[in-house]
Write a protein that binds this ligand. Structure first.
Ligand SMILES: CC(C)(COP(=O)(O)OP(=O)(O)OC[C@H]1O[C@@H](n2cnc3c(N)ncnc32)[C@H](O)[C@@H]1OP(=O)(O)O)[C@@H](O)C(=O)NCCC(=O)NCCS
Length: 182
């Protein structure tokens, strides 16, 4: 069982060539609702969530937890990256150890195709590797999610397993500093 050390949180805002990664603030709420209500974003994530429900349930400051990064471009929120310790898997599912860190990413569709997700996730993984040296990160994505599959490969995730769930083929991969590209 993974014994994840606590993440030092929040970090100071991290600047990349084009983006800023930072902890969430109240001004990110509208973008977080947009991301979760977007049919395009939700295509391979079980579908969009009703906007009215999100307006009711998303807290004033969304995503206030260690590992939840907001990604900003020219002052506008364009996406989120999550590095979350995973809840224990159901009995019999030995893919994920309790506490193991899982990467997730959501970007607004109008920003796709410009390399922002690659730039932001690379930076988040570098930050994670410095914060918890040697700790692997896992990723689930549907194999039909071509953009996500390409991103996972570019980030240096390697396949551990494919399996069927939610009526779709799922891809389960792992990243660790030792196996990722320099
Ligand atoms: C998955 C997701 C983040 C990928 O977004 P993306 O914009 O395709 O990813 P990238 O930032 O890696 O952009 C890559 C594309 O930008 C292009 N690009 C343009 N300018 C670039 C630049 N300056 N640098 C790098 N790439 C650039 C690349 O060539 C690539 O093009 P391609 O898609 O034709 O191969 C996005 O589709 C998304 O948010 N999906 C919904 C959420 C989801 O499904 N998440 C997965 C489960 S966790």
């Amino acid at each position: 069982m993974a014994d994840l050390r606590p993440l030092a949180w929040p970090p100071a805002p991290i600047k990349t060539e084009r983006l800023v990664l930072r902890e969430s603030e109240a001004r990110d709420r509208a973008a977080v609702i947009e991301l979760n209500a977007s049919p395009e974003v939700g295509t391979y994530l079980g579908g969009p969530r009703p906007r009215a429900e999100l307006e009711r349930t998303v807290p004033e400051v969304p995503g206030q937890r260690p590992g939840f990064f907001v990604v900003e471009l020219d002052g506008a929120t364009i996406g989120t990256i999550q590095l979350d310790p995973h809840a224990p898997s159901p009995p019999g599912d030995r893919r994920l150890e309790a506490g193991q860190t899982e990467l997730g990413y959501l970007f607004l569709p109008q920003t796709w195709g410009r390399g922002y997700a690659t730039e932001a996730c690379t930076t988040a993984l570098d930050w994670f590797a410095a914060a918890l040296p040697g700790e692997p990160v896992v990723l689930y994505t549907q194999t039909a999610n071509a953009r996500s599959m390409r991103l996972a490969a570019k980030l240096g995730f390697t396949e551990l397993e494919r399996f069927e769930a939610y009526n779709a083929e799922q891809w389960f991969g792992v990243w660790s500093p030792a196996t990722s590209p320099a």
